[in-house]
Design a protein around this ligand. Structure first.
Ligand SMILES: O=P(O)(O)OC[C@H]1O[C@H](O[C@H]2O[C@H](CO)[C@@H](O)[C@H](O)[C@H]2O)[C@H](O)[C@@H](O)[C@@H]1O
Length: 263
C-alpha cells in the first residue's frame, strides 16, 4: 500500500493504459462524489459538470462504463444522468443497467427494518450536535458531519458507535466527513465490481477492470482489482491506498478520460 503522493500519475503513465487496452477490452468503473463531481458542503448540491457528463457519455460509447457510488441508486442515476450504462448505488447493494437490468442484495433486504429502528434513535441521540445531517438511502444510512465543529467530531463518532451497539445487523464505515451505516454483510463496492465483471465477462468476453475513486470506501474496489485491474486514486483520503495510480482532482479525471477516448 502506498500514500497518494507515492503513486504514479495516471496521466503521465497513459501509455500503460493504452498498452493494457490493446490486450483486453476495459470495463471502466467510476465513483461519483469526489471523482466525477467535486466535493461540496451539502450532499444535495453535488453536481456533475456539463463537460464531465459529455466526457462520460463519449467514454460509454467507446467502452463499457459503470458508476459505483455510496449514494442511493436513483439519486446517483439522477445526478449523473447518463443513459445505457451500469450503476451501483448504496455502496453496491443495488445495481441497475441497460435492458432493465436490476439486482438487489437479498440478505440486505432483511436488514432494512433495523435501519427504520436505528434512524430515529440516532437522530434523537445526536439532536444537540449542530451541523449533523442524515441521508437515508435504500440500503445504507449516511450521517454527514462536514458542518459539525471539529472539536465535537470525537464525541459524535463515539455517540454513533454507542447507538450501533444495539444493532448487530448493522456496521459502520467512514468516508469524507461522513459515517456510512451499512448492513453487516460481506458486500461492498469491491463485491459489486466483481459481480459486474462476472456478468459482463459472460456477455462480452474477458475484460480489464479500471476503477477511479477518491474515498476510503473505494479501497474495497482497489483491493478487488489487485487480482487483475488498474486502480486510480483521485485526490487523497489521508490513508495508504491499494490503488496503482493517482489523479490529483476531478479536473484531472476529465483530462484522463479524454485521453482514453482518443486511444
Ligand atoms: O461513492 P461516492 O459516489 O463517492 O459517494 C460517497 C458519498 O458521497 C456523498 O458524500 C460526500 O460528498 C458530499 C458532496 O460533495 C459531501 O458533502 C460529503 O461530505 C461527502 O462525504 C454522498 O452524500 C454519500 O451518500 C455517499 O456515500
Amino acid at each position: 500500500m502506498r500514500a497518494s503522493k507515492e503513486l504514479p500519475s495516471a496521466i503521465e503513465r497513459i501509455d500503460d493504459f493504452k498498452k493494457a487496452f490493446q490486450e483486453k477490452k476495459p470495463l471502466i468503473f467510476l465513483d461519483f462524489d469526489g471523482t466525477l463531481s467535486p466535493i461540496v458542503a451539502n450532499h444535495e448540491d453535488a453536481e456533475i459538470s456539463a463537460e464531465m457528463k459529455k466526457t462520460v457519455q463519449e467514454l460509454s460509447q467507446k467502452y463499457q462504463v459503470a458508476i459505483i457510488s455510496g449514494r442511493g441508486l436513483e439519486d446517483v442515476k439522477d445526478k449523473a444522468g447518463i443513459a445505457d450504462i451500469y450503476y451501483a448505488g448504496s455502496h453496491g447493494f443495488e445495481i441497475s443497467g441497460p435492458a432493465n437490468f436490476h439486482e438487489e442484495n437479498d440478505e440486505a433486504q432483511e436488514v432494512l427494518p433495523a435501519f427504520d429502528e436505528l434512524e430515529p434513535k440516532l437522530k434523537s441521540a445526536l439532536e444537540d450536535l449542530k451541523g449533523v445531517r442524515f441521508e437515508r438511502k435504500k440500503f445504507t444510512l449516511a450521517v454527514h458531519y462536514r458542518k459539525l465543529k471539529e472539536e465535537r467530531e470525537t464525541e459524535f463518532l463515539k455517540m454513533v458507535k454507542d447507538c450501533l451497539k444495539d444493532f448487530p445487523r448493522l456496521n459502520m464505515g467512514e468516508g469524507k466527513k461522513v459515517v456510512e451505516i451499512k448492513p453487516n454483510i460481506d458486500w461492498h463496492k469491491g463485491k459489486a465490481v466483481g459481480f459486474l465483471m462476472n456478468k459482463l465477462t459472460k456477455d462480452s468476453g474477458e475484460m480489464l477492470p479500471v476503477f477511479l475513486g477518491d474515498d476510503l470506501t473505494d479501497e474495497d474496489a482497489f483491493q478487488e482489482l489487485k487480482k487483475e485491474g488498474m486502480g486510480i486514486l483521485v485526490g487523497d483520503h489521508g490513508k495508504k491506498s491499494h490503488a496503482d495510480y493517482s489523479l490529483k482532482s476531478v479536473d484531472e479525471v476529465q483530462e484522463f478520460l479524454q485521453k482514453l477516448i482518443k486511444f
